[in-house]
Design a protein around this ligand. Sequence first.
Ligand code: ZN
Length: 498
Amino acid sequence: MEQKIIIYNTLTRKKEVFEPLNPPFVGIYVCGPTVYGDAHLGHARPAITFDLVFRYFRHLGYKVRYVRNITDVGHLENDADAGEDKIAKKARIEQLEPMEVVQYYTDRYHTDIDQLNVLKPSIEPRASGHIIEQIEMIKKILEAGYAYESNGSVYFDVEKYSKSYHYGKLSGRVLEDLRANSRELEGQEEKRSGIDFALWKKAQPEHIMRWPSPWSEGFPGWHLECSVMSIRYLGETFDIHGGGLDLQFPHHECEIAQSQIAVGHDTVRYWMHNNMVTINGQKMAKSLGNFITLEQFFKGDHPALVQAFSPMTIRFFMLQAHYRSTLDFSNEALQAAEKGCKRLMEAGRTLQNLVSQLSGKQSVTIEKVGDPVLQLKQNCYDAINDDFNSPVLISFLFEAVRTINSAKEKADFLTADELLFLQQLYNDFVFDILGLKDESLGSGNEGIINGLMDLVLVIRQQARANKDWPTSDKIRDDLAKLSITIKDSKEGSSWNID
Ligand code: ZN
């Protein structure tokens, strides 16, 4: 934990040294998907960005509680609190119960995101599971005088709030502009001002998702769930709140206002926002025909794709850009990422082979590791500590790749200690922190079998080096009973299943 992490705080617009509120605990809340359609690149980016953050804190030994919600109610089609609920609309069109839509797309989201090797959050709460708490928060805001009821709906009084607090401090929006823009939007009749936002909406007769409340049968406003669930699981002050840049306004700005009134202060210590994804320089949109789901990427099943791109290619490509930069997808860029990722994995296998030839040596004597190799590790930490700068980290990992390839060509290029040191570096940064996987080793059980067989062969090789023939023969004979044949040659041992 001795690493000093710098985070760019979107609220202060400054890089700040990260100091957790209650070390060794770190609390992270990230806005998850609204589940009414298949996951696409826009979903993959925050998932991977905050997976990197989650993984790095865990790597350093922090006890991280990572909360990523599922929005299953209240996300309306337009920002002025009008239009249909996105999930209810899908349910109506497909003649399903809204919770069937939610379950179906939540399951599909998990399947796609799992393939990207994104770790599961510690808690994945749903908005519809926290209606009571949302009603309680609305009562508090009403009691404090910063909300009003209108025709069964409840609205947050932004005009009043902005007299004492800075509405727009996160997004940099200016009230005058917001007022001007809101005049053109529909669904403003019940509001005192166009910039007020809904805390509770009375359900129209055709609206199927509804709960009883003191004001009407209805449903909570979209912004409320994240205020409620972050406080519920992380407390009234917590470390990091993340999400896509598109959520900065109005979603996160409204969260700040709600929490300020409900608990009397800001709840979030560091705000982090990942930038957006474009495709060939354009915004992703169904109407532009460039709306490609993750599953379509994995299968190559979209007219805009020249081939399939594996989950690790997508993950590597995202990590090659800093999370605060925009990321533009094209077939060429993805093909280049595929190549780069393969090179990194090939060097990992080369390193594994070189290490397995060290016959039993396992511990590193740091004094025997040369400065250039030691410096490489320091550089990797410096990169990730600098606001999770994954592209710079990857550039240092490619330095490791060049070193490993030189060691392959020239036997004494690295000492045994240096090889083991590099293996640890690879395990830490490539697999543990960046969360990349060697896809050539197969997924799931196949990957496990390959790993186990590597281990068995290393043990057998050590037995042979020690002239322990009974152990070496027992391994070969017992594997034969499982229909696994071992072949010994000058280059080493290989195996296959008959
Ligand atoms: Zn949210």
